[in-house]
Design a protein around this ligand. Structure first.
Ligand SMILES: *[C@@H]1O[C@H](CO)[C@@H](O)[C@H](O)[C@H]1NC(C)=O
Ligand SMILES: *[C@@H]1O[C@H](CO)[C@@H](O)[C@H](O)[C@H]1NC(C)=O
Length: 360
């Protein structure tokens, strides 16, 4: 009798859970901007069921956590071990890999277009000048090709490497959905137009993120990756001297911080300074706390604190480390799903990450 009651209880629980999952799925589908209005599909009688369902599915819905489970079971192990080894040798690679992934995704989606190395490619653009980590991806790809040839895309490797870089730096873990394919087009001109360079105003930043389906919270949270990043003095010298033609420093900079920056940057414009002045090697919320003390390195960092649209998020994140880590994970998944080439017949699996496959 007891066990019968228990079985009934379990059955009810399963049903509640199932209904919950259906609701969640319905919400996800309703939130999806890429789908056609349902009337359109049902009235277009020429479409087969199969074609109609393809139109309904967004590219990212082709991604899956189990994509390589049978075709390359140790993929994530290979990526993690290499990323960890590189970052142990030089911790600054953690920020470099996250930045490389971001630069990839904001131009033509996360399709590894940033890795292509030919004349006029994104990688050769002015905004890409200080990108690093290409060799790490190449070496991971070489090992992956040995174990599972012609199977894993460079776009998926770069996405997982950014996740592992976060983890090795002490940040949160999240599951990466796989199944991206690699793009064949890469343009320096597009990169120069689309990638934020550190001097935009908040309206422009919000617009850039919105164009990729990322909201204001995503903007503030992903900027939190600057907790481990660096920037060249080149990018901030205009804030230290003769700001906006005033012959003085940017008045929004804390005086002590300003003086330490002037000292560091006096040597050369190629010197690097930490974006998080207090705990540059730790993935924490000090970046946000520092913004509240006028210690944001880039003007785009400092503006996030003073702008009425983004400032409230900065204050919350500064004092809520758990909110920051869980939301960083969520926003990184969103970033990694931008404009993916995942439908059948889209993109290719590159043999080498730096060049498209030759046509036969
Ligand atoms: C922000 O920058 C854009 C592009 O430079 C400019 O057109 C716009 O007027 C600026 N907006 C504000 C509020 O300053
Ligand atoms: C820069 O100077 C111009 C003209 O003096 C002024 O209108 C503008 O608000 C200043 N910008 C900043 C960011 O201080």
């Amino acid at each position: 009798m007891k066990s019968k009651q228990f079985t009934l209880f379990a059955l009810i629980l399963v049903q509640i859970l199932e209904q919950f999952m259906i609701n969640v799925l319905a919400i996800n589908i309703n939130n999806n901007n890429n789908i056609l209005p349902l009337e359109h599909v049902t009235t277009t009688s020429l479409l087969t069921n199969n074609e109609a369902s393809k139109l309904l599915l967004s590219p990212e819905s082709y991604l899956s956590l189990s994509h390589y489970h049978s075709t390359c079971p140790d993929l994530e192990g290979i990526i993690h071990r290499q990323v960890q080894a590189w970052i142990r040798k030089d911790y600054t690679f953690a920020a470099s890999l996250i930045r490389l992934h971001f630069h990839d995704c904001v131009v033509r989606g996360c399709d590894a277009s940033i890795l292509l190395s030919h004349k006029g490619s994104e990688r050769r653009a002015k905004v890409s000048k200080t990108l690093r980590g290409f060799r790490i991806i190449d070496e991971i790809k070489a090992e992956v090709e040995k174990k599972c040839p012609k199977t894993v895309s460079c776009a998926d490797i770069l996405t997982a490497a950014a996740r592992d870089a976060t983890v090795v730096a002490g940040g949160p873990f999240w599951e990466v959905p796989f199944g991206r394919k690699d793009g064949k087009i890469s343009s320096a001109r597009e990169a120069n137009r689309l990638v934020p360079q550190g001097h935009e105003n908040v309206t422009t930043l919000i617009q850039i993120f919105r164009d990729h389906g990322l909201n204001i919270l995503d903007l503030v949270v992903l900027s939190g990756a600057h907790t481990i990043g660096r920037s060249s003095c080149d990018a901030i010298n205009h804030r230290l001297h003769n700001f906006n033609g005033t012959r003085k420093a940017d008045p929004s900079l804390d005086t002590k911080y300003l003086n330490s920056l002037k000292k560091k940057c006096a040597a050369s414009s190629h010197v690097y300074v930490d974006l998080d002045a207090t705990t540059p090697r730790i993935f924490d919320t000090a970046y946000y706390t520092n913004l509240g003390r006028n210690m944001g390195l880039l003007s785009t960092d400092q503006l996030l604190n003073s702008d009425a649209r983004t400032g409230p998020f900065v204050s919350v994140l500064a004092s809520q480390p758990l909110v920051f880590s869980s939301q960083f994970a969520a926003s990184m998944v969103k970033l990694g799903n931008i404009g993916v080439l995942a439908r059948p017949n889209e993109g290719e699996i590159r043999f080498k990450c730096s060049s498209v496959n030759r046509a036969y």
